[in-house]
Design a protein around this ligand. Sequence first.
Ligand code: FES
Length: 123
Amino acid sequence: MAIAHHLLLCATPTKALCGDPALGAASWERLKALVRSLGLEDPDRPAGVVLRTKADCLRVCQGGPVLLVWPEGILYGGVTPERIERIVHEHVIGGRPVEEWIIRRTPFAVPLGGQKSSDPASA
Ligand code: FES
């Protein structure tokens, strides 16, 4: 089973540091419903499965709720059910991140499928 994306949302953080927990909970419910209704959890999906996780905290802790999308390492802020809808359709399915809601990019230090160009082993 190939994994296309992993979406992590700080929906209802224990310390409620970065957003309204009610908005986070509503966004999480929308995400769950969308992923199911669009068949993104289907292990036979040709483009790969979309995983989702309710995270306690993604270490941003402002301007939330925050959604982290891997493998790109893109963090969206101010997430709402409506924003979830557009992010899933445009970014997760369409491959075009929604630039105006991105608050940070956290790519892996070593690119997927590759090595750092400064790594002597890759020379
Ligand atoms: S509580 Fe949302 S990132 Fe920390």
